[in-house]
Design a protein around this ligand. Structure first.
Ligand code: SAH
Ligand code: SF4
Length: 399
């Protein structure tokens, strides 16, 4: 076997291992307390099975899909193209669910943060970040409750992984946010809408929950429903290299990579996943990522930590690493959280760093922290349930 074939086989084995491990953290089933099934988050094929199981014709799938994902209806009796007796039959077997809103807070800058509670009472946070100038906004969605990785600057990283979110819970965050802003029916074409962009940058590592994330994004991208283009979705990863290829091939969404350090010794420390997938491998995976072009640049996220990763030498090394890639660098001022041990870089350091990257030909915006007053900014998310459990000394698994 030649070296390339051997590497491919190893990657495949590694991917299988990641998927098997991830499956151990899958959520409980979709059946409600009264035995009805939640239709939200089923693939079209699964929906077809449910419809067949109650003895109905396949064309109902298209109808239901439209009502659920285009119109945003949660009540079968509002499905006017379906006759009353069938509406009643559907309501006996199914529900169209939403996560429960445990709390919702709106920041002085209009950023809004929900704590959503799921059927087993686990919770995750979702943040809406409006962009008033263009009358659009991004919804920052969580993929897991907690995270297995423990990046030292990240609040979520201090919460152990409780479980993956299922496709219904991932899609449900988006649907519940659209409910809140009265954004149904889903827009067709170019009508500007508030909830028209998704960033998978909330709690958790989306590529350690790939199957559920992929299923959810496939639903969100379906043209007969929500119909978001893959260009309006960005998945952020701390660098799960074997899953990056698959994500590119199957979903083709925009990629953001949480780089944060340009030398392995430092990245090993602050993004511990680097010990498994070091910088050279990560950069090679970025170069392979399909569709990386000027129109669809890879975003490198770089949280600026005072005296840790913010020197001019770091900026030059960053430029060397990304040279030749269609890339953009998002410089994120460190957002402190209770108990964090870093300080944000000074304004001077931020601008000096940004200038070096910019002069090398890369866009390098400094991200304005949003929703800091409600702990909704990057890396500040952590569920209240966990905070409360910590206070009472109970473990993650007691819930
Ligand atoms: N697990 C994924 C996605 C969620 S984190 C990932 O790490 O990419 C979303 C972004 O917020 C990441 O770039 C993360 O590194 C950054 N981040 C985490 N903690 C932060 C903090 N305290 N201040 C600023 N950015 C932070
Ligand atoms: Fe997990 Fe991302 Fe936070 Fe790292 S930065 S601990 S990968 S959520």
């Amino acid at each position: 076997m030649n070296a390339i074939a051997k590497t491919a086989e190893l990657t495949e084995a590694e991917r299988d291992r990641i998927l098997a491990k991830s499956a151990l953290f899958n959520p409980p089933s979709l059946v409600t307390a009264d035995g009805r099934r939640d239709l939200v988050g089923l693939s079209r094929a699964e929906l077809a099975e449910e419809i067949a199981a109650i003895g109905e014709k396949p064309f109902r799938v298209k109808q239901l899909w439209h009502w659920i994902y285009h119109q945003g209806v949660t009540d079968f009796s509002r499905m006017s193209s379906i006759a009353k007796p069938l509406q009643a039959k559907l309501a006996e077997a199914f529900v169209i669910g939403r996560p429960e809103v445990a709390t919702v807070q709106t920041s002085s800058d209009e950023t809004r943060k929900w704590l959503f509670r799921f059927r087993d009472r686990q919770e995750a946070e979702t943040v809406y970040i409006p962009d008033r100038e263009i009358d659009r906004g991004a919804l920052c969605i969580s993929s897991q409750v907690g995270c297995t990785l423990s990046c030292t600057f990240c609040h979520t990283g201090t919460q152990k992984l409780v479980r993956n979110l299922g496709a219904p819970e991932i899609v449900g965050q988006f649907m519940a946010a659209r409910d809140a802003y009265g954004e149904w029916p889903s827009p067709h074409g170019e009508t500007p809408r508030l909830l028209s962009t998704i960033v998978l940058m909330g709690m958790g590592e989306p590529l350690y929950n790939y199957e559920n994330v992929a299923k959810a994004m496939t639903i969100v991208m379906d043209n007969e429903g929500i119909g978001l283009s893959r260009r309006r979705i960005t998945l952020s990863t701390s660098g799960v290299v074997p899953m990056m290829d698959r994500c590119g091939e199957e979903l083709g969404v925009n990629l953001a990579v949480s780089l944060h350090a340009v030398r392995d010794d430092l990245r090993d420390e602050i993004v511990p996943l680097n010990r498994k997938y070091p910088i050279a491998e990560l950069m090679a995976a970025c170069r392979r990522y399909p569709g990386a072009s000027n129109a669809r640049r890879i975003t490198f996220e770089y949280v600026m930590l005072k005296g840790v990763n913010d020197s001019e030498a770091d900026a030059h090394e960053l430029v060397r690493l990304i040279r030749g890639l269609p890339a953009k660098v998002n410089l994120i001022p460190f957002n402190p959280w209770p108990g964090s041990s870093y300080e944000p870089s000074s304004g001077n350091a931020l601008h000096r760093f940004a200038r070096i990257v910019m002069e090398a030909g890369f866009s390098s915006p400094i991200r304005t922290p949003r929703g800091q007053d409600i702990l909704a900014a990057c890396g500040q998310l952590k569920t209240e349930s966990e905070r409360a459990r910590k206070a009472t000394g109970r473990s993650n698994l007691d819930a």
